[in-house]
Design a protein around this ligand. Structure first.
Ligand code: G3P
Length: 320
C-alpha cells in the first residue's frame, strides 16, 4: 500500500492548494486555500474562465475601482472554492483578507459576505470553512460566526495560547503549523535539519491534539505547513492533515506502513493540565512564546503581501 493510502486509514487527508487539477489527482476529503495559493492558480491559463466570470460580476457592479476590485476578489475566492467543491466530497477553506487580522467586525462582515456568495451559488454553508488568522480579534470573530453556523478554520496557529483560546471559543477547526515552527528553530539553532524525534513543529501539533482530546474539546485539529513527508507521517492519527501537492505526490509514490502516531494513550501520558484564558491571559501567554509571536506576525505580513499581489492582479483586470 502506498503511504498516502496508509495515512488515510488514520487521518482525513486534505489538499493544500488552489490547483483544481492537483486536487482531482489525490482524492482528498477537503481542500484548503489561501491568497498565495489562489494567486498561483489564478495566473494559470487553464483557470482563465473563473477569472473572467469573476470579472464580469465585478464589472456589473456600481462603485469605483476599489469596490469593484473587492467584489472581483470575493467572487474569485468563491469561484475557486465552488470548483474545488465539485471534486472534494467535504469542505473547502476560504481565507479572509489578512488586513482584517486585528478587526473583529471587519472579519465577521467579510465572512458573512463570502458565505452569502456561496449560498447564492447553491453551496451549503456546512461545506465552507472561513479561514481566519488566530489573533485574539480573529478568534473573537470566529466565536461570533460559529453562533450563526458559519464554520471557521483558525490558521497561522503556532502557540499553545492560540490553541486554547480557539477551543474555548468553540471554533470548528484549527490549523496548527508544523513547517514554519521547524523553520524558526532550524534558523535559531543554526542547523540544516532537526530530526523528527526532536521536531518542535510536530510536538506542537501532538500537544494541541492531545489537549483537545484529553479535555473533550470538539474543535478539529488539522496539522498544516509541512517541509518533509516524515513530519506528516509522524502526525498520523491527527483529525486532519492538509498537505501540499508535492508531498502528496511523494507519499503516494512510496510504499510503506504508516502506523498511528497520535493515540489517546500517548495523549494521556503527556499529563496536560487544563487552562482557561481571557483576553489578558491570552495576550500574556502568547507573548511569552517568542517563536509564536514572531511567526504569527510574519505569517500575517506574508499573506498580506500575496493578497496585495492578488489585488494588483485584480485591479489590472478590472481596469482593463
Ligand atoms: O495551510 C498552511 C500552508 O499553506 C502554509 O504552508 O509551506 O507556507 O508554511 P507553508
Amino acid at each position: 500500500m502506498n503511504r498516502l493510502d496508509a495515512l488515510k486509514r488514520h487521518t482525513t487527508v486534505v489538499a493544500d492548494t488552489g490547483d483544481v487539477e492537483a486536487i482531482r489527482e489525490f482524492a482528498p476529503q477537503d481542500a484548503t486555500t489561501n491568497p498565495s495559493l489562489i494567486l498561483k492558480a489564478a495566473e494559470q491559463e487553464r483557470y482563465r474562465d473563473l477569472v473572467d466570470r469573476s470579472l464580469a460580476a465585478a464589472r456589473g457592479r456600481a462603485g469605483g475601482e476599489r469596490e469593484r476590485t473587492e467584489v472581483f476578489l470575493d467572487e474569485l475566492f468563491v469561484a475557486f472554492g465552488r470548483e474545488i467543491l465539485r471534486i472534494v466530497p467535504g469542505r473547502v477553506s476560504t481565507e479572509v483578507d489578512a488586513r482584517l487580522s486585528f478587526d473583529t467586525e471587519g472579519t465577521v462582515a467579510k465572512a458573512r459576505r463570502l458565505i452569502e456568495l456561496y449560498e447564492r451559488d447553491g453551496v451549503d454553508r456546512e461545506r465552507v470553512l472561513i479561514k481566519i488568522a488566530s489573533t485574539w480579534e480573529g478568534i473573537r470573530a470566529a466565536a461570533l460566526l460559529e453562533q450563526h453556523r458559519i464554520h471557521c478554520n483558525l490558521t497561522l496557529l503556532f502557540g499553545f495560547a492560540q490553541a486554547v483560546a480557539c477551543a474555548e471559543a468553540g471554533v470548528t477547526l484549527v490549523s496548527p503549523f508544523v513547517g514554519r515552527i521547524y523553520d524558526y528553530w532550524r534558523a535559531a539553532r543554526g542547523v540544516d535539519d532537526i530530526p523528527l524525534d526532536d521536531d518542535p513543529g510536530v510536538a506542537s501539533v501532538a500537544r494541541i491534539w492531545s489537549y483537545y482530546k484529553t479535555f473533550g474539546y470538539r474543535t478539529e485539529v488539522m496539522g498544516a505547513s509541512f517541509r518533509k513527508a516524515g513530519q506528516v507521517v509522524r502526525l498520523a492519527g491527527c483529525d486532519l492533515l492538509t498537505i501540499s501537492p508535492q508531498l502528496l505526490t511523494e507519499l503516494a509514490g512510496s510504499d510503506g506502513d504508516v502506523p498511528r502516531a497520535l493515540t489517546p494513550d500517548a495523549a494521556a501520558a503527556l499529563r496536560l493540565e487544563r487552562i482557561s484564558l481571557d483576553e489578558k491571559g491570552f495576550r500574556w501567554l502568547h507573548n511569552s512564546d517568542e517563536m509564536a509571536v514572531a511567526k504569527l506576525a510574519e505569517g500575517i505580513r506574508l499573506f498580506d503581501r500575496d493578497a496585495r499581489k492578488l489585488e494588483r492582479f485584480a485591479r489590472e483586470r478590472v481596469a482593463g
